[in-house]
Design a protein around this ligand. Structure first.
Ligand SMILES: [Zn+2]
Length: 254
């Protein structure tokens, strides 16, 4: 458990791996002096982790950045342990009835969290802008922006065009601290979103070049474009390539 800002503490889930980096970040948010807290992304269904998160309560509400199991599988158990409702964009993931979507403000634990729909990694991905005493101070990005490396556009649920739009919106947040779903916090949403946009442009250029050089299958594109990436990540890279081919086809460029 580590205090990251005045209002945010991270509890690292014990699920490290090639896709989850050090593990899933479960975020516990509360205004200084507030009794209750907001939990963002309970993480996997691991009892010791969820019990540790529950000890940070009382928990006013549990929010999900998206439905991938490394973020959401523990939500039901955490709700049992704490009595809190679970809010998510996907109705199938909610407990206690309340939805969550673009422009909504979640007011709890002395804080206000503004919801931004940031699809692309998945269709149901949300980011939460955390307002501090002196205005917006941080943004919780789930898997839309990670603390290290780049994320996967999980085709076909994830769509690259949506993802680029989401990154542009996050870039417009400027110097807010990024509290990601995996990996360390980052000092500036604007800077990292710009970096991600440039990375995506580079990859698209590489995919175009691979196609021009004769790559005929997604696997051949992966071998050409992701040669510098750990092979354990190639299944994920294949999803991103499929998303990129879909994007280029939509632009009439492939
Ligand atoms: Zn995810």
């Amino acid at each position: 458990m580590r205090r990251v800002t005045d209002t945010a503490t991270v509890v690292l889930a014990p699920n490290p791996g090639p896709m989850t980096l050090d593990g899933t970040n479960t975020w516990v948010l509360r205004a200084p002096g507030a009794q209750s807290c907001i939990v963002v992304d309970p993480g996997p269904l691991v009892e010791e982790h969820l019990v540790l998160v529950a000890t940070q309560g009382p928990v006013a509400v549990v929010l999900l950045t998206h439905g991938h199991v490394d973020h959401s599988a523990g939500a039901g158990r955490l709700a049992e342990l704490t009595g809190a409702g679970v809010r998510a964009l996907d109705p199938a993931l909610r407990l206690g009835g309340q939805g969550l979507g673009e422009g909504e403000v979640v007011a709890a634990a002395g804080l206000e969290l503004r919801v931004m729909a940031t699809p692309g990694h998945s269709s149901d991905s949300l980011s939460f802008v955390l307002a501090g005493d002196s205005g917006d101070s941080a943004v919780l990005t789930g898997d839309t922006i990670l603390g290290r490396g780049s994320t996967v556009v999980a085709h076909p649920d994830g769509v690259l065009g949506d993802y680029l739009t989401s990154l542009q919106r996050l870039r417009a947040l400027g110097g807010l601290t990024v509290l990601p779903g995996h990996g360390p916090e980052l000092p500036s949403a604007g800077t990292v979103a710009e970096h991600y946009l440039r990375h995506r442009a580079t990859r698209l250029e590489q995919v175009r070049a691979a196609l021009a050089a004769g790559a005929a299958t997604p696997q051949q594109v992966v071998e050409a474009v992701y040669a510098d990436v750990d092979r354990a990540l190639w299944p994920a890279a294949t999803l991103s390539v499929l998303a990129q081919l879909d994007y280029l086809a939509g632009q009439g460029l492939s």
